[in-house]
Design a protein around this ligand. Structure first.
Ligand SMILES: Cc1cc2nc3c(=O)[nH]c(=O)nc-3n(C[C@H](O)[C@H](O)[C@H](O)COP(=O)(O)OP(=O)(O)OC[C@H]3O[C@@H](n4cnc5c(N)ncnc54)[C@H](O)[C@@H]3O)c2cc1C
Length: 459
């Protein structure tokens, strides 16, 4: 029996995301085995039989585990295009965050176990052992500074604290993590039992850290700089869409060479007074046509409000494209696009691209008030051109929820025929996104068919 179109696409999509996850897991498992091997070759297995050997051996193992998790963290935020396109920045950032918790606890466990282990071995009080280790062991003071910095980075990334900080302040402190990596690495290769006496162990560790830091350098710094020089992107026009929303049209050289797709986003840094120090993520609000790019920005704070005052000709430093919220994720022939508030921006771009090949598209645009609706005439025109159905759903935020009258299971089922057989692309405020995902699950739409873009990274 021939497979259906939907099944074939489903297979391909699962393969893309699944492949990337498989490779990441395989690399982690392989390196985990290497690290255990290093630990055993470093004589730790033998030490287990000695007095207090278990505590010290565990101390070393947690140290190695923390250092390996730190490398994984670097890879996850290195913006490797291959991973970005398959897994999306929101997923990678949330894994980065999760791994960060492990790094913190493993490093703290390493410090406590090593100090307690040596204190027991030397029969001295824990505090005085800590003091003598700190001041009498090579490079340990630097490692302690690194651990202190790690605690600051970890604490300021805790949700309760992070939410109270300005993004820029948090980001500045978070950059301290690179210093943590450097200090930790120096500490490992200069006094780590597993490296000092083992040239192979040292070579492996240098290669591992070199590859991870190299990826960060290439993909976060060199590639964006090269693209900026190559494309020379500048503001072409700033067009008001509503009292608090503007579209910015951006032009440049050879934009057809930029591998951007509808649904993706860039981090935009406008080289204008008061703005050059901030880089904000904004999705493309139109499908890239090879000549111009367009973003549509709602004023939510200082940075986004200032976009309205940009002058024509302002240079733009754009890093990206990022995100897996693209038509490549499609698994079915029918599509439902749902945008909430300014979350309509990637939806508008996706409608433009998907409607060129797909005959069965439904678009839901959810706003609280008619005045909040932007890009409506474009949506209407695109929907008309493609024979797609467009519903602008207006109502207060309180009406949303699993049992609310708006976007609940009954409402969705009434608006969208054949819901279970569609891919759903959903972008909106977090509350709405969660409520709609709940409604879709209640209606039996498989998880693999629901694709989301959140306008906030995991905090
Ligand atoms: C993937 C993605 C795509 C987005 N696309 C759009 C879009 O198309 N149109 C649109 O209007 N908005 C979009 N946003 C939201 C937009 O990035 C924020 O509204 C903007 O950064 C707010 O900055 P601010 O200085 O005006 O406000 P602030 O008051 O400083 O911040 C408001 C919120 O935005 C977050 N934020 C601020 N700066 C950054 C940053 N540099 N990186 C990440 N988060 C930040 C803060 O943590 C806070 O939650 C998107 C966000 C993400 C993550």
């Amino acid at each position: 029996m021939r497979p259906k179109l939907g099944d074939v696409r489903s297979q391909r999509c699962k393969t893309r995301t699944g492949n990337a996850q498989w490779w990441l897991r395989a690399l982690l498992a392989l390196n985990g085995m290497w690290v255990v091997d290093l630990f055993l070759l470093g004589g730790e297995a033998g030490a287990l039989t000695g007095p207090h050997g278990l505590v010290l051996a565990l101390g070393r193992l947690t140290g190695l585990g923390g250092a390996l998790a730190l490398v994984l963290q670097l890879v996850l935020i290195a913006r490797v295009p291959w991973l970005e396109r398959r897994l999306g920045m929101d997923r990678l950032t949330s894994w980065h965050r999760w791994t960060g918790t492990w790094v913190l606890w493993l490093v703290l466990a390493h410090v406590v176990l090593i100090v307690v282990g040596y204190a027991e071995q030397d029969r001295s009080p824990v505090l005085s052992e800590f003091g003598s280790l700190l001041f009498e062991t090579q490079d340990l003071l630097l490692a302690a500074a690194g651990t202190g910095l790690l605690v600051v980075v970890g604490a300021t990334s805790a949700r309760a604290i992070r939410r109270r900080m300005r993004y820029e302040t948090w980001h500045f402190l978070h950059l301290g993590a690179y210093l943590v990596v450097l200090l930790g690495f120096l500490h490992q290769v200069t006094i780590g039992n597993d490296f000092v006496g083992s040239p192979i162990g040292r070579a492996y560790w240098w290669t591992l850290y070199g590859a991870a830091l190299g990826a960060v350098l290439v993909f976060r710094f060199l590639l964006p700089l090269w693209r900026t020089a190559r494309h020379d992107t500048r503001v072409l026009a700033v067009v008001p869409e509503s009292p608090d929303v503007v579209s910015v049209h951006i032009g440049g050289r050879r934009l057809d060479r930029l591998p951007a797709r509808a649904g993706q986003f860039f981090r935009w840094r406008f080289l204008a007074k008061g703005l050059w120090a901030q880089a904000h993520p904004y999705s493309l609000s139109a499908m890239p046509d090879g000549r111009t790019l367009r973003i549509t920005v709602k004023a939510l704070g200082d940075g986004s409000a200032a976009v309205r005052n940009l002058r024509v000709g302002t240079r733009v430093l754009a890093t990206g494209p990022y995100g897996a919220f693209t038509a490549e994720q499609r698994t079915r022939s029918g599509v439902l696009l749902i945008g909430g508030g300014v979350g309509v921006t990637p939806i508008r771009a996706l409608l433009e691209e998907i409607s060129q090949t797909c005959q069965d598209v439904v678009v839901l645009y959810r706003v609280r008030d008619q005045r909040d609706a932007v890009l409506v005439s474009e949506l209407q025109w695109l929907a008309h051109r493609a024979g797609a159905r467009l519903h602008v759903v207006i109502g207060p935020a309180t009406a949303i929820g699993p049992h609310g009258p708006i976007m609940g299971p009954q409402h969705l089922a009434a608006l969208v025929p054949g819901l279970r057989h569609r891919d759903v692309f959903l972008c909106g405020p977090p509350g709405m996104t969660d409520a709609v995902l709940g409604a879709l699950r209640a209606l039996g739409v498989p998880r693999a068919q629901c694709h989301t873009e959140r306008f906030a990274f995991a905090v």
